[in-house]
Design a protein around this ligand. Structure first.
Ligand code: ADP
Ligand code: MG
Length: 402
């Protein structure tokens, strides 16, 4: 975030609340390099934080209220005031639109603080003022929602002087999304946003929650990752995502395992006869995807990275979603196929699916050609023009100067 936008956020805070903020914090969106829908199956994921981020300006106040304002008016909501006595999931329905992501993060952090024996964040007569600003594209599969939650929990944990690890903040932010907003998502997004490092992806075992950075040295290799926002919007809270989760649970139950993480590629053949065809297809994606994550990590940690092989794994992941998991869409398939045809090492849909963003691993010199080819393929089919921009593995949540 450059100096200009820091100043703009501070000014917006002054305008909204007539005072200076105590500080500014940022938390990034993320792209998942590979490992889709494996998170809630106790499996492996490999996301990276991107430079696009949610920023919050926050002040602790002597007013018993949580006051939230946004620099972007999203779905008609601009400013909200919440009575701390009504800050629980039972009252989340009274909180409009996007401000639920902020309120949910405050609630979840406060619930953790109280359960860990710390003072309540919203003790009698105290509150917080928050202004939110974000340049993470909304609903594009780059996790604008987790960016907000992670910015808020990072800010309030610091302001309240709570000693809480990043790993715990991940779970707190996830709880906000699961229990307050009502979206049944795993820990992938919040982990990337809170634990991401510049120049690296985050290899995360969603069962043990152990993670480690894996080098993703694109610049040295003369590579870019292009994000292709297809402009097809998804909606996590309804429909497809829940059905896919249910199919995975049915698959695990049918195979008598705790989670699909416990099934290996070698066991798939035997599993086929024991499951309904559609459930088997979902299971096959998860099982092969876990292996592709492990293969990608091994490749990226090798002394000499074969980028063509990394690309092949990405494209195979996409084919698996398209053919077995059923969460792709025509725009995505066109984006991936045309990017690869124009010179990308590989490409895949990133994020939950049914639209959103594709990523393409592209030699820097071929970016213009790949961009033009994808745009042309979209135009030919009468699709809405995509938005295509480079994304780079960036630092996770942090306090901003200024
Ligand atoms: P994703 O996380 O993939 O972008 P979600 O549906 O999970 O999509 O979250 C998008 C929601 O996050 C939006 O509908 C809105 O409520 C909230 N949001 C994202 N960015 C902003 C913003 N700049 N200002 C206000 N709300 C935002
Ligand atoms: Mg989201």
């Amino acid at each position: 975030m450059n100096h200009e936008s820091t100043a703009a956020l501070t000014n917006a805070f002054r305008e909204a609340f007539g005072a200076d903020p105590d500080g500014l914090w940022a938390a990034p969106g993320r792209a998942n390099l590979i490992g889709e829908h494996t998170d809630y199956n106790d499996g492996f994921v490999l996301p990276f934080a991107i430079a696009h981020s949610a920023r919050v300006a926050v002040r602790r106040t002597r007013t018993a209220a949580l006051r939230i304002a946004g620099r972007q008016e999203v779905a008609g909501v601009r400013a909200v005031e919440i009575d701390p006595a009504r800050l629980s999931p039972a009252h989340a329905g009274e909180v409009p639109g996007w401000s639920r992501y902020v309120a949910g993060a405050v609630w979840a952090l406060n619930a953790w603080a109280e359960s860990a024996g710390h003072a309540s964040l919203l003790a009698a007569g105290e509150g917080y003022d928050v202004v939110l600003d974000s340049d993470v594209p909304i609903g594009a599969g780059l996790s604008s929602s987790a960016a907000i939650e992670c910015a808020v929990v990072t800010a309030l944990a610091e302001l309240a002087g709570l000693e809480v690890s990043r790993e715990t903040l991940v779970l707190i932010a996830q709880r906000a999304e699961n229990e307050y907003v009502g979206a049944p998502t795993g820990i992938l997004d919040q982990s990337a946003s809170l634990l991401g490092q510049s120049g690296a992806a985050l290899f995360l075992d969603c069962r043990s929650r152990a993670s480690r950075p894996v080098p993703l040295a694109l610049e040295e290799a003369g590579l870019e990752i292009l994000a292709i926002d297809t402009k097809v919007s998804h909606a996590h809270e309804s429909g497809g995502y829940g059905q896919l989760r249910a199919a995975c649970e049915a698959g695990a139950a049918g195979l008598g395992v705790q989670a699909l993480r416990d099934v290996s590629v070698g066991e798939l053949e035997a599993a086929q006869g024991r499951l309904a065809p559609e459930v088997f297809a979902r299971v096959k994606h998860i099982v092969t995807e876990n292996q592709r994550v492990l293969d990608t990590v091994a490749e990226l940690e090798a002394e000499r990275v074969e980028w063509a092989e990394v690309g092949r794994l990405l494209t195979a992941s996409h084919a698996s979603m398209r053919d077995d998991f059923g969460n792709s869409c025509p725009e995505m398939d066109v984006a991936v196929a045309s990017a690869v045809r124009a010179g990308a090492h590989g490409a895949r849909m990133t994020g939950g699916g049914f639209g959103g963003t594709a990523i393409a691993l592209v030699p820097a010199g071929a970016c213009a050609e790949v961009t033009a080819a994808v745009e042309q393929a979209f135009a030919q089919r009468g699709f809405t023009a995509p938005s295509i921009f480079p994304i780079r593995p960036s630092v996770g949540a942090r306090r901003l100067a200024g």
